[in-house]
Design a protein around this ligand. Structure first.
Ligand code: NAD
Length: 467
């Protein structure tokens, strides 16, 4: 097997370590190895392991079900480590672990048998789905385990092996997850590698990799696609979002306020499919702003390990700086703060949940992805304006419509240019649904059977009925 291109910029001193910071304090509490030097060997071993892993789908089903059990049995350790390095409240980390186990179970039994092609010709033709080879899975820091499992569960179930690279901000729970799962799978079927860039770039363009499945920002997604172009490797990209929530004239503001608030602020707003903009009818706008601002002022913000915390810190210093910049720019553009608007005066990366009003539509907090606890509420005079604005940023991950007349809400939802639209909800996803953004939000389809087929290639056999 080929090795990756030699690269003079790659720091390859064995023994390099990366500190891992607790976002609730801003201080390092552990470290992980920088595995730049090991990448070629890891991909090589992944390829060797693939030779037998690809052969027996029934054995894979058993192994992946056992992996799901092992993840659940390690739930306490995984959840507390996840909260420590990511910052989210412990209950949300437990939910992430549960989702990881559920995904393994869902995909474990989904492998497709041969599929006959019934086209009336006098031949027996069938599709036999085949795996691709080693898959590179690269994920961000907002849902480290859940997003990793969204990649490795379908890839492994399809008969591929996986090299998984977590974000340098959140490598610890993923390393633990890797060792928990590897204990019940054959050696080298799932390998976690940690390190700083250019580890991800080298993995994405490695000639031994047959599919790169990436979740992260739009600029990095573009770089990944360019890197994979050299080796003509299949690429799946799940990128940023700027989801809009459109409130209709008949919306019951008090009834939906909690749900809408958490659709924007869960995981401290660091959700690709968070509500990132609210469009409200002009006559209701001040009531909507006040309902959301009231919740923003009263939500308990604190370290994720504190049982009372409802919202944790921003995950890392560069992201906090981005949230601060975005807010300052909105205020300079003429926005007003209805709640929050500043960093909290305490150690760590805490930012007060922020609701903004009077935000000009050209301000980056509206046109781009803030990816933090800041929400602009914008008035509209005509519904068509709101739909046009919702569709007008080039992103297309999700969107939602909120109102009492469900038929009317559904008719408006149908006009949204995105992968998933909800009515009176946001970002509730089924394991069985396709997950695909449009525009800048991504390329390819993950989730459900489509996610499995994204890790397979069709192999067709034609056989005559007579010799
Ligand atoms: P990021 O793009 O900076 O990093 C994502 C991953 O790519 C990390 O593991 C990082 O180390 C790695 N990486 C960095 N440079 C690379 C390169 N040149 N080649 C290969 N890998 C590289 O994103 P982030 O800041 O970690 O995460 C936030 C972004 O992720 C937001 O834009 C958010 O919307 C997006 N996101 C999307 C989804 C989705 O499903 N669509 C889900 C979660 C997050």
């Amino acid at each position: 097997m080929q090795t990756s291109q030699p690269d003079d910029r790659v720091p390859c001193a064995r023994g390099d370590r990366l500190p891992v910071l607790d976002p609730a304090t801003g201080e390092a509490f552990d470290e992980v190895p920088d595995q730049q030097c090991e990448l070629d060997a890891v991909v090589h071993r992944s390829h060797e392991a693939w030779r037998s892993w690809r052969t027996d789908s029934a054995a894979r089903t058993g192994a992946l079900l056992a992996a799901a059990d092992a993840v659940e049995a390690s739930g306490d350790a995984l959840a507390s480590l996840l909260t420590r390095e990511q910052g989210k409240p412990l209950t949300e980390s437990y939910a992430e672990v549960a989702r990881t186990a559920a995904r393994l179970r869902y995909f474990a039994e989904l492998y497709p048998g041969p599929q006959p092609i019934a086209d009336g010709r006098p031949v027996h033709s069938e599709i036999r789905w085949r795996p691709l080879g080693p898959v590179a899975a690269i994920v961000p820091w907002n849902f480290p385990l859940q997003l990793a499992s969204a990649k490795f569960a379908p890839a492994l179930a399809a008969g591929n092996t996986v090299v998984l690279k977590p974000s340098p901000f959140t490598p610890l729970a993923t390393r633990l997850l890797g060792s928990v799962i590897s204990a019940v799978l054959p050696e080298d079927v799932l390998t976690v590698v940690t390190g700083r860039e250019p580890l991800g770039a080298r993995l994405a363009s490695h000639p031994g990799i047959r599919h790169v499945t990436f979740t992260g920002s739009v600029p990095t997604g573009r770089a990944v696609a360019k890197g994979a172009a050299d080796t003509l490797t299949r690429v799946t990209l799940e990128l940023g979002g700027n989801d809009a929530a459109i409130l209709l004239e008949d919306v019951d503001v008090e009834r939906i306020a909690d749900r809408l608030f958490w659709a924007a602020f869960r995981n401290c707003g660091q959700v690709c499919m968070a509500v990132k903009r609210v469009y409200a009818p002009a006559r209701l706008c001040s009531r909507v702003v006040e309902a959301l601002a009231h919740r923003a002022r009263t939500v308990v913000v604190g370290p994720g390990l504190d049982p009372g915390s409802e919202m944790g810190p921003v995950n890392n210093a560069p992201q906090l700086a981005r949230v601060e910049r975005c807010t300052a720019r909105a205020l300079a553009d003429g926005a007003r703060v209805a709640a929050g608007g500043r960093r909290l005066d305490r150690p760590g990366y805490f930012f007060a949940p922020t609701v903004l009003t009077d935000v000009p539509s050209h301000s980056p907090v509206v046109t781009d992805e803030q990816f933090g606890p800041v929400l602009p509420v914008l008035p509209y005079a005509r519904l068509d304006e709101a739909v046009e604005a919702a569709n007008g940023t080039g992103f297309g991950l999700g969107g939602s419509v909120w109102g009492t007349d469900l038929d009317e809400a559904e008719a408006v939802a149908d006009r949204l240019e995105c992968g998933t639209a909800w009515i009176n909800h946001h970002a509730e996803l089924s394991l069985a649904q396709p997950f695909a953004g449009t525009g800048r939000s991504g390329l390819g389809v993950a989730g459900g059977p489509w996610g499995l087929y994204g890790n397979l290639r069709p192999f067709v056999v034609h056989r005559p009925k007579e010799p």
